[in-house]
Design a protein around this ligand. Structure first.
Ligand SMILES: Cc1ncc(COP(=O)(O)O)c(C=O)c1O
Length: 380
């Protein structure tokens, strides 16, 4: 059983997110030690925008990948340098674009020609030039859950690779945008390096075509997506960033002046976060036993949204294991964290740890059923 400082939990209202700050620090050290030269790692705030974690990530020197004006504002507030902030998203509003321009971000990752025209017009009104990259949809299957695959032709994201050079031609006719390069993001929770190898070969082909057409770029952004081990978190607390980065280092040959950009989210914060809840009731059904806990899909939406698996432990008890359906209090049948989960015998009041919850946990929490948002406790 994993070790949690239960004595620190006494008196803290459940459910709450417990963040292991030392693990986050070690994870950031690993990113910084293994990232390729000539690269910038932009942390994807959507995974977790808790200000205390953001300050640590900014302090480690990472940049930020934002998908809203709110994320840009909080990134700046928490110490990310504007020149290391990139801005993605299919539906940027005029106010958000103006905010990004006034902050002076590094690059807009642009998802459509219509968006480019609006950025060009707004930048013109503000007397600025907007740095832009085109998000290319490369038709690569990341073999991940269909809700989090983004690089297939039927996804809403990016500009189809077949339209890329037409769009670049149009950018060159726009007075207030500067074309910097290409952006990709093929999906999330990717556990094989093969889709990334495929992405590198697409990038190599596009670099050759850009060279042949005499188009210079200085920005190649390969997005995020590196997966984590949800089944056995303790065996892989820190994802293998070395193996991940080396795929790009080996397969992408940067031209002079080009920088490689990464946008990892999940892989940085996932394992340092645990959702701590308590057993409210144990109920014997006809065929099943239910452990009804005080956390619900409003606190951690991934199981309800993606049928995602999280390791669940009773960290109060060390008794024999029994099978439970671990369910929350929300009035939805999808409010379940797992079926037939083997837990040490559960009693009212026991602490239940839902592991690997640092990414897309707190940041997706909602107030559905007029519930409180989950609390937060940092290990130090
Ligand atoms: C454009 C973009 N970049 C980066 C990320 C971060 O992905 P992950 O958390 O899987 O690393 C996402 C996630 O959806 C994204 O849409």
């Amino acid at each position: 059983m994993s070790h949690f400082p239960i004595e620190q939990f006494e008196g803290v209202a459940t459910p709450f997110y417990y963040y292991d700050v030392a693990l986050l620090r070690r994870t950031l050290d690993s990113v910084c030690a293994t990232r390729p030269a000539d690269s910038i790692v932009h942390y994807a705030l959507k995974a977790n925008s808790n200000p205390r974690l953001l300050r640590m990530i900014a302090h480690a020197g990472l940049g930020a990948d934002c998908v809203s004006g709110g994320e840009i504002a909080i990134a700046v507030e928490c110490g990310f340098e504007p020149r290391k902030i990139v801005y993605s998203g299919v539906g940027k509003t005029d106010d958000e674009i103006r905010l990004a321009l006034s902050v002076g971000i590094d690059c807009f990752n642009v998802e459509s020609l219509a968006e480019l025209e609006v950025i060009n017009a707004l930048a013109g009104d503000m007397g600025k030039t907007a740095p832009v990259a085109i998000r290319v949809n490369p038709h690569i299957d990341a073999h991940t859950h269909h809700y989090i695959t983004t690089g297939l032709s039927e996804n809403k994201f990016g500009i189809d690779i077949s339209q890329l050079f037409d769009v670049i031609g149009q950018i060159h006719r726009m007075a207030n945008v500067r074309f910097r390069g290409l952006h990709f993001h093929i999906g999330s929770q990717i556990t094989s390096m093969q889709p990334y190898e495929q992405l590198c070969s697409t990038i190599a082909q596009l670099q050759a075509e850009l060279d042949a057409r005499g188009i210079d770029i200085d920005y190649i952004n390969v997005g995020g997506g590196l997966g984590v081990n949800y089944e056995a978190p303790d065996e892989h607390l820190i994802p293998d960033f070395g193996a991940y980065f080396s795929v790009f280092e080996r397969n992408i040959h940067l031209r002079k002046g080009q920088t490689l950009h990464f946008e990892p989210g999940r892989s940085i914060v996932c394992q340092c976060g645990t959702l701590i809840s308590r057993v409210l009731y144990v109920k014997a059904g006809l065929n099943k036993k239910f452990a009804i806990v005080d956390a619900g899909m409003t606190d951690l939406m991934r199981p309800a949204l993606y049928q995602a698996l999280h390791k669940i432990e009773n960290i109060t008890s060390q008794s024999a294991l029994y099978a439970y359906d671990v369910v929350g209090p929300i009035c939805e049948s999808s409010d379940s964290f797992g079926s037939d989960v083997m837990l040490c015998e559960a009693h009212r009041g026991d602490y239940i740890a839902i592991r690997s919850a640092g990414a897309y946990g707190e940041s997706m929490a909602s107030r559905y059923n007029s519930r409180h948002l989950p609390g937060v406790l940092l290990s130090e």
